[in-house]
Design a protein around this ligand. Structure first.
Ligand code: APR
Length: 298
């Protein structure tokens, strides 16, 4: 199929928005890119010489928990030092003005909540960098919102911004600087079961998303047709997030509205349906403009 001719017209989108009640957003790392947090794929996707996606697995943690904790310690440090951007602000403002708006985010950086996005209109599909869980699968320990930086002393290198001897260089990011040795004994044990190691409360590749949360998301989608799905700053290749817009379509007439830095390709246009929109550009700049008739000027 092909989209309407005005698929990238902000005015045409504003008309659609004026006639829409139920709105869903599916957000990815591109939303936080302007806050200075790297995305997973494309430029910035490497950490030292590792692909970020190779460190985000239970097997990687099992093999070298110190290395994986350094990676997450660094991401916690970066997220704590980043600020929400006008894209997060626009979504939070939409939530406050429309109780029929639900935001699903794959981002674990806590920036939605720091932008005062109402918690009950937000589902963090992949957990949070600031939640701490236990590796023991029989243990349900979960600590919320732990912002200690570093989380434990052995990963202090992850919280270092610049080398005192080489200003401008973050030693942890330079593969020629050796990593501090971290043994299993350096990693804090679970305070509840005292058996497992504490680990980041994020969903790793190969792990299931929280079943109760996904049931709740599916109920929200099934309850009534969804007028608009905003697909913001995501490469849409990781499921189930990548399948949510199409699932919403099966329940009624839904406009899928993509906001992505990458320009639309002929293939992408082919996959779009009448009523869909594609806005190529920075989500930070586009979201306030797209939502302005409802949220006012940010
Ligand atoms: N504005 C809008 N889009 C942007 C911007 C920006 N400023 N910067 C980058 N993008 C787009 C990129 O073009 C890309 O399509 O954001 C997307 C980021 O894609 P990914 O890095 O793959 O991030 P995401 O889709 O969130 O990844 C999904 O994969 O590794 C896992 O668990 C991790 O939650 C993550 C999941």
């Amino acid at each position: 199929m092909a989209p309407d001719l005005d698929y990238n017209s902000i005015e045409a989108f504003h008309q659609k928005l004026a006639n829409s009640r139920r709105i869903l957003a599916v957000c990815g790392a591109g939303l936080s890119a302007a806050s200075g947090l790297p995305t997973f794929r494309g430029a910035g996707g490497l950490w030292r010489n590792y692909r970020a996606t190779d460190l985000a697995t239970p097997e990687a943690f099992d093999r070298d928990p110190g290395l994986v904790w350094l990676f997450y310690g660094y991401r916690r440090h970066m997220a704590l030092n980043a600020a929400p951007n006008p894209g997060h602000d626009a979504l939070a403002a939409l939530a406050r003005t429309n109780s029929n708006f639900m935001c699903l985010s794959q981002n674990v950086d806590n920036l939605h909540l720091r932008a005062n996005h109402p918690r009950y209109q937000l589902r963090l599909l992949h957990g949070s960098l600031f939640d701490i869980k236990c590796t023991n699968t029989n243990c349900t320990h979960l600590e919320r919102n732990n912002t200690a930086d570093p989380f434990f002393p052995a990963i202090a290198a992850a919280s270092q911004d610049q080398s005192p001897s080489e200003p401008g260089i973050i030693p942890l990011l330079d593969p020629s600087h050796p990593l501090p040795p971290i043994t299993r004994d350096d990693i804090p044990r679970c305070p509840a079961c005292r058996e497992g190691l504490q680990r980041p409360g994020v969903v790793w590749f190969g792990e299931q998303l929280d079943a109760a949360m996904m049931a709740d998301v599916n109920n929200w989608i099934s309850r009534e047709p969804v007028d608009i799905v905003l697909v913001i700053g995501t490469s849409s290749i990781v499921y189930p997030a990548a399948g949510i817009a199409e699932r919403a379509r099966t329940k009624g007439t839904t406009s899928v509205v993509t906001v992505n830095l990458e320009a639309e390709t002929p293939d992408l246009l082919d996959e779009m349906s009448p009523g869909d929109f594609y806005f190529a550009g920075d989500a930070t700049e586009l979201l306030p403009r797209l939502l302005e008739p409802v949220i006012g000027r940010i």
